[in-house]
Design a protein. Structure first.
Length: 730
């Protein structure tokens, strides 16, 4: 019996390891970072671009590779190559002694430096000026190692970040005084118009190279890459790629006057030069642009540009890559214009030509309904929230000493609004349009203080480009205002009256019923994954647990030791780490044993992790249940000449099972809850599905209530079903 169980488990695990494998003998799988501009980053057309992308493309062309390049992020990319889920790594990877033990590297293609970066208004020319300041750095980088080594000498504090965007956002909001990063990354950000400066030469830290797993069958790629790189340097292709992305030359100044300075003529129509214009927008800036429940982008900007294009007779194609990406896309001439709730500023006028303003922006202070705040003085001793890098944050930062409040920064509006709801902050400040839209969607806020003017929003093109597009926008805007259509669009999203949005669902998502009606498909999909994961893993955990539980009470010491080791090891490691190890580590182990790559997908990895975790606890339940049966029964049975096996089957296990059953039920409930942890390796189960919905509609309280109710109902039903089964057995 035991041999059959072991054989079945071995067969299952073998199939599980093979499940999800995507093996291609002809296509080379190259992995890279996801957000490391200018080496690799996603553009508004949802296509990755950058130095590494261009070099690999050219190397593949020269070498005749059939390749596929994916961008899971640096850590995931490194793990993918180590575990055999990818063949090569091209991710701005610095060659180090430690990495040479794991990877075979090509000739280096870029010598990098790390530099101190500050805001434009600050000037750091030597490390001694950092005394008493906070310097930001990304985890696991050469810059972090350098700063750690020098901090006692120069007496600065270090703040670590997991991502570059969070680090630079903190620099922008003055949460840190300076950051240290790779020079090409910082230079690229400056070239794109970021409010940054570099005053120091920097520290050489190494060189970037293409890499494959050491000793793998893909080491021939290194020779191919080296040959291609040599040819690219000889024919000038390499220099063209580098100048394309990190040339320090800024765009030439354009002395021509902007077409946006004039007022549009409602009765005129400019002539389009192109058959279609590409307009890029923000991705989540309600009510200007955001996704409705159907996944379609709507909002003030979306409707205005469509109405203007129709009125003026030109064709457009819109994309929503996000604010920063949208601006970069237009500057790189990969799109014709940007419309993203963008304030017109003197700095931006140096880079863009703006239309006539289409919206005057104010910032407003919001408090919960019933608050006694009537002026900024009433905020003394209170905590006020604002989003990093906004006009609201700048205003609050400037006046906090005057009015005596403390300031808390947030990265996103939904978290900030939830904090106000929960009382974590007493007030918040945000753009008037955004706040009014949030209130319209059901937020119980009020705005007791008149707003602070923060700027005007404009439609923009790259300076000197597409002047006819600016003129058509101005003319169309004037025509919409004259006809009253402009007011209809604005009021549709900002008016206190509940008007029906034809682009969205007829159901109001500010109610529990509306949330369920609009999102039940996503929730059911997540629930299906959760139940499948819980049921399958628990069924397998029963087999594993019973097997090791029986071994733990075996008369053979060797089996007891094996069972004890299994239980101690699995229970001693957090489930999240077990899942990550299986997802990344097991494929590497299988390859080293069999010589074949066997990647595991996230569902299978999650199933195995939950099976092992549940199996360890069930093994203890089984052991405890058997040992709870009086030992005299075993002794009496054996004294009558009955074998150990028969005694266990006929006498001990029937009694033990009745004592185990309630604990089995509890373990299943725990396994069901533990499925939320598996989302750490990318699986979208019920909880993760709910978080995705919240990111769209800000209805966090109601959405979490729905999730809690769903878990409660499912767990209650399954528990009662199990208890009825328990009563029948008893």
């Amino acid at each position: 019996m035991k041999r059959k169980i072991i054989a079945l488990m071995t067969a299952f695990l073998t199939l599980a390891f093979m499940f999800g494998a995507k093996v291609s003998a002809d296509t080379i799988k190259i992995v890279s970072d996801s957000t490391y501009a200018p080496f690799e980053f996603k553009d508004s057309d949802q296509v990755y671009k950058g130095i590494d992308v261009d070099i690999i493309k050219k190397a593949a062309e020269i070498s005749g590779w059939d390749y596929k390049m994916t961008f899971p992020g640096f850590d995931a990319a490194v793990n993918a190559v180590q575990s055999g889920q990818a063949d090569a790594l091209m991710a701005g990877t610095t060659v180090t002694k430690e990495r040479k033990k794991v990877f075979t590297f090509s000739d280096t293609y870029y010598d990098t430096k790390i530099v101190i970066v500050t805001r434009k208004k600050d000037k750091i020319t030597k490390y001694s000026q950092l005394k008493g300041k906070t310097v930001g750095v990304k985890n696991g980088t050469a810059a972090q190692n350098f700063l750690e080594k020098k901090k006692d000498k120069y007496h600065y504090k270090i703040k670590s970040f997991d991502t570059g965007d969070s680090m630079y956002n903190s620099l922008e909001s003055a949460s840190v005084d300076a950051v240290m990063d790779d020079k090409p990354v910082a230079q690229y950000a400056i070239n794109q118009g970021q409010n940054l400066r570099i005053e120091m030469e920097g520290e050489p830290i190494g060189s970037f190279a293409f890499a494959v797993k050491k000793g793998s069958q893909y080491e021939y790629l290194i020779k191919d890459f080296n040959k291609a790189l040599k040819q690219m340097k000889a024919d000038g292709t390499y220099d063209e790629i580098m100048n394309k992305w990190i040339s320090s030359k800024s765009a030439s100044a354009d002395t021509a006057k902007s077409q946006s300075t004039g007022t549009g003529n409602a009765n005129a129509k400019a002539k389009p030069v192109k058959s279609s214009y590409k307009i890029v927008m923000d991705s989540s800036f309600a009510p200007f642009e955001f996704q409705n429940d159907a996944g379609k982008y709507v909002g003030i900007d979306v409707e205005l540009i469509k109405a203007i294009a129709k009125q003026q007779g030109f064709n457009i194609k819109t994309e929503n890559p996000g604010f920063d990406a949208a601006l970069n896309t237009v500057q790189a001439s990969q799109a014709d214009a940007v419309m993203a709730g963008m304030s017109i500023t003197d700095e931006r006028k140096k880079i863009f030509d703006f239309s006539d303003p289409y919206y005057t922006s104010n910032t407003l202070l919001a408090v919960r309904k019933g608050s006694d705040v009537v002026s900024y003085k009433d905020l003394k001793g209170k905590k006020v929230g604002a989003k990093n890098g906004t006009a609201s944050y700048a205003f609050l930062e400037k006046n906090k000493d005057k009015y005596g409040y403390s300031l808390k920064s947030f990265d996103e509006a939904s978290t900030m609004y939830d904090s106000l709801n929960s009382g974590s902050i007493y007030a918040l400040m945000d753009d008037e349009a955004v706040l009014k839209y949030a209130i319209k969607q059901g937020r119980r806020f009020e705005t007791p203080i008149p707003g602070e003017k923060s700027g005007e929003y404009g439609f923009a093109v790259k300076k000197g480009n597409n002047p006819e597009l600016i003129q058509m926008f101005n003319n169309g805007l004037a025509a919409l205002k004259k006809s009253g259509q402009y007011d209809k669009i604005i009021n549709k999203y900002l008016s206190d009256d509940k008007q029906k949005d034809s682009s969205a669902s007829a159901v109001d998502e500010s109610t529990i019923r509306g949330l369920i009606t609009n999102n039940y498909k996503q929730l059911l999909s997540g629930l299906g994954t959760t139940l499948s994961l819980a049921l399958l893993s628990f069924a397998l955990a029963l087999i594993v647990g019973i097997l090791f539980g029986m071994m733990s009470v075996s008369p053979y010491k060797a089996l007891r030791v094996i069972a004890a080791i299994f239980v101690d090891v699995v229970r001693g490691i957090p489930l999240m780490i077990v899942a990550a190890f299986i997802f990344w580590g097991i494929p590497n182990l299988i390859e080293s044993v069999t010589g074949h790559q066997s990647p595991i997908n996230d569902f299978v990895a999650g199933t195995i992790a939950l099976t092992l975790n549940g199996g360890a606890y069930i093994a203890e339940i089984v052991r405890g249940g058997i040992e709870a049966v009086p030992t005299g029964q075993m002794e009496a049975s054996r004294s009558l000449g009955i074998s150990y096996k028969t005694t266990m089957q006929k006498i001990i296990l029937p009694q033990a099972f009745k004592m185990m059953l309630p604990n089995f039920i509890n373990q299943f409930v725990i396994s069901l809850k533990d499925t939320t942890i598996i989302s750490a390796i990318g699986l979208i189960e019920l909880f993760q599905a709910g978080k995705i919905i919240i990111a769209r509609n800000y209805q966090s309280f109601r959405m979490y209530a729905i999730l809690a109710l769903m878990y409660l109902v499912i767990i209650t039903l399954l528990t009662r079903l199990a208890k009825r089964l328990e009563k029948r057995i008893n």
